[in-house]
Design a protein around this ligand. Structure first.
Ligand code: IDP
Ligand code: MG
Length: 149
């Protein structure tokens, strides 16, 4: 099954949206196989957002993402990467599909509540930054035969 890395960013934690995000992941049928709350270090943040190092918003993004506790997850399921990006909605909340997290809870690109990997390759890279392999659990959800055909 495909895995993706998901984060409730510091704004989501401060606004009490952790449960809201987790609820949407769980009810869709995706499985959370690792989960942690921590304040990520500048070093981790710079690795995580390395692709944006030359962008004008990079420094403020690093300051923001390390400004307080965030919740990191590894989410597993069929097409987990694409499905999770759709649950989150477009980067700029103005363009986020109605019913997505960013449409329902955000107004500004720099305060868009959640992160999810943009490809299976990114997912593998990001998971390795935030989790050790030993932190990944293996279990079946009891509804799997009703979620998957
Ligand atoms: P994504 O989170 O939807 O994958 P990316 O383009 O990878 O979007 O950008 C990473 C994060 O950087 C965004 O979620 C957002 O928080 C921030 N960001 C992206 N573009 C801008 C911008 O133009 N201004 C401020 N922050 C931005
Ligand atoms: Mg991205």
């Amino acid at each position: 099954m495909e895995r993706t890395y998901v984060m409730v960013k510091p704004d989501g934690v401060q606004r009490g949206l952790v449960g809201e995000v987790i609820h949407r992941i769980e009810r869709r049928g995706l499985k959370i196989i690792a989960l942690r709350m921590n304040t990520i270090t500048k070093e981790m943040a710079k690795k995580h957002y390395a692709e944006h190092a030359q962008k004008p918003f990079f420094n403020s993004l690093i300051d923001f993402i390390t400004s307080g506790p965030s919740v990191s997850m590894v989410v597993e399921g069929k097409n987990a990467v694409v499905v999770m990006r759709a649950i989150n909605g477009a980067t700029n909340p103005v363009n986020a599909a109605t019913g997505s997290i960013r449409s329902d809870f955000a107004l500004d690109t720099g305060r868009n509540v959640v992160h999810a990997s943009d490809s299976p390759e990114s997912a593998e890279r990001e998971i390795a930054i935030h989790f050790r392999e030993s932190e990944m659990t293996g279990y079946s959800r009891i509804d799997e035969t009703w979620v998957y055909e």
